[in-house]
Design a protein around this ligand. Structure first.
Ligand SMILES: C[S@@+](CC[C@H](N)C(=O)[O-])C[C@H]1O[C@@H](n2cnc3c(N)ncnc32)[C@H](O)[C@@H]1O
Length: 375
């Protein structure tokens, strides 16, 4: 069984804490239990962890005897929570955070992963592990049964000769992949040219919309010529692959553009997208939570296509955090341009959190708004 004493000390902070929100879930516990014998056998430096939510997998592995655990977490909040939990439990210095690439899985014999949300993210993980881990590696991918599909087995089977699922426990299940196929190589970041937009988009597996340009993003792009004409600095808040940031830089040679996202895949993709379009010198990409590294009242224009799905539930709280961040970083009189699905009640929040908000465009699915930062 997983070390309950250790797991019970873990917290979610700096993510939201609430009585019904847990730092360690049934999938973490199942993964650690399925991995118990493999953890004991993996040897020093033999374990990697991917998308640990708050540190349960990494610190659980350490408690089971693993040393120098290599970790990649797409979300910044997970990385920060793991660091705090390591400190809280006296286990600082027992793991290393790394990008998703060969350095993460090179020679490892066991990989514990929370199932990513998209198949492309699972594909990138599969390619990284199959191409760089030890030949006897076991990849364990755990998730909630309701979020797991047969397509996930098919993706894993591209990289591994043996793929099977464990029995479900407390509505969680683990996919087990062994026998990396020879000749597998990473196909990420992927690249697609959009001639209609005059843009090349680069994307890692976990980045929103991949190399496609989302319909909401297109609606916001169409309004680009009307955005704050005198702006000298702009921020693409929640930049994903950097489509908006790069398009702004291409359209306005005098503009300095910042792009920020909490996702490692998004940040890596946005850096590549800016470079592929020749504007890397004017698009600075940062990984932060809701623009936290951007000074107050320092930006003339913010563009934002906020997240609207968290798992299967529609969540407005995540969007509200970005609107509040836009209000903080905008100079008085600056503009926030936003796009959202017509079903969402964002206009009232924009008025409340930023300032007077007009509908600049709308169609069957999307509304584009412009909010002026109150002086
Ligand atoms: C709907 S996607 C839009 C991506 C991109 N702007 C586009 O239009 O293609 C929303 C993005 O916001 C990011 N995001 C969500 N919450 C965030 C937060 N608190 N801080 C930074 N980025 C966040 C997500 O990682 C995701 O890349």
């Amino acid at each position: 069984m997983a070390d309950l004493g250790l797991l019970e000390q873990l917290r979610r902070e700096p993510d939201v804490e609430a009585p019904d929100l847990v730092a360690v879930d049934a999938t973490d516990r199942l993964l650690l239990d399925e991995a118990a014998e493999l953890l004991a056998a993996a040897g020093p430096g033999g374990v990697a962890v991917v998308d640990d939510s708050y540190g349960a997998l990494t610190l659980g592995a350490v408690a089971a005897g693993s040393h120098d655990v290599r970790v990649h977490q797409d979300l910044l909040v997970g990385e920060l929570a793991l660091a705090r939990n390591a400190e809280r439990t006296g286990l600082s210095g027992t793991h290393r955070s790394l990008p998703l690439g060969a350095g993460l899985a090179d020679g490892v014999r066991l990989v514990l992963a929370k199932a990513p949300k998209s198949l492309d993210a699972l594909r990138e993980l599969t390619e990284v592990v199959a191409s760089s881990a030890a030949p006897d590696v076991t990849l364990l991918v755990g998730g909630r049964v309701k979020h797991m599909t047969h397509a996930m087995n098919d993706v894993l089977a591209v990289g591994f000769g043996e793929v099977h699922a464990t029995l479900a426990r407390q509505k969680s299940r683990v996919l087990v992949a062994r026998g990396p196929r020879p000749g597998v190589a990473s196909t990420f970041p992927r690249r697609q040219e959009h001639r209609d937009l005059g843009l090349v988009v680069c994307a890692h597996g976990a980045a929103f919309a991949g190399t496609r340009v989302d319909a909401g993003t297109r609606a916001l792009l169409a309004a680009l010529p009307r955005m704050a004409p005198d702006a000298r600095t702009a921020l693409d808040l929640g930049c994903g692959t950097g489509v908006l940031a790069t398009s702004l830089a291409l359209a306005r040679p005098g503009l300095t553009v910042l792009a920020g996202d909490q996702s490692a895949a998004a940040v890596a993709s946005a850096v590549q997208t800016a470079a592929a379009n020749g504007v890397a010198d004017r698009v600075r990409v940062v990984r932060d939570d809701a623009g936290s590294s951007v000074p107050d009242a320092s930006v003339d224009l913010v563009v934002c296509n906020p997240p609207f799905h968290l798992g299967a539930a529609v969540v407005t709280g995540a969007a509200d955090r970005l609107f509040a961040a836009a209000a903080r970083v905008l100079r008085p009189g600056g503009e926030l341009w936003c796009v959202y699905n017509n079903r969402l009640p964002h206009r009232a929040a924009l008025r409340r959190l930023v300032g007077p908000t007009q509908v600049a465009a709308s169609d069957r699915r999307f509304t584009v708004t412009v909010s002026a930062k109150d002086p």
